[in-house]
Design a binder for this molecule. Structure first.
Ligand SMILES: [Zn+2]
Ligand SMILES: [Zn+2]
Length: 162
């Protein structure tokens, strides 16, 4: 992604509105069972970005904490009015969020860089040939562009999958 102009998004009712100050670092399509349950869709599309690059334009999302298989909490931030989830924080890193791409006004600008947990993908869910994919997870060093990896490492948080 080279376009650094802002992305905007909102919950379904519009009480929560946000803006991304720059493009996400990386975009996941996650086919795990938890993501399917939580979104009600065939997979979740999450854009990974620094929390400091997410600007709240209106409203204040409310945190809902889910337990995960890793033992680290998964905080899902929802609109207090309509309940729509706008982003989450897998593993409570706090310095980074996973924007739910379908809540962006132009989600087509954030196609998945990598499909993960494809071992549990539904048999009728197509995965584009041009997208990266892995059965479970991957090594960030192998898959992330250098510039994105540098941004991630500046956050000082543990690597994904670690
Ligand atoms: Zn709402
Ligand atoms: Zn998942």
């Amino acid at each position: 992604m080279t376009n650094e102009t802002g992305h905007t998004g909102s919950c379904f009712c519009g009480a929560v509105q946000y803006r991304l100050r720059r493009d996400p670092m990386f975009v996941h399509a996650c086919h795990c069972r938890d993501c399917r349950k939580q979104t009600g869709g065939p997979y979740a599309i999450n854009a990974l970005i620094e929390r400091s690059e997410v600007e709240l334009v209106a409203g204040e999302p409310v945190r809902h904490t889910q337990q995960t298989g890793s033992g680290k909490p998964h905080d899902i931030w929802r609109c207090g009015s309509c309940g729509n989830a706008v982003w989450s924080d897998y593993g409570r890193r706090e310095v980074m969020v996973f924007i739910r791409v379908a809540t962006l006004d132009e989600p087509e600008r954030c196609p998945p860089d990598m499909h993960i947990f494809t071992r549990s993908a539904l048999p009728f869910t197509p995965i584009p040939d041009e997208a990266g994919q892995c059965r479970v997870f991957y090594d960030m060093t192998d898959e992330w562009p250098d510039a994105a990896l540098a941004r991630f490492d500046r956050l000082g948080t543990r690597r994904l999958g670690a």
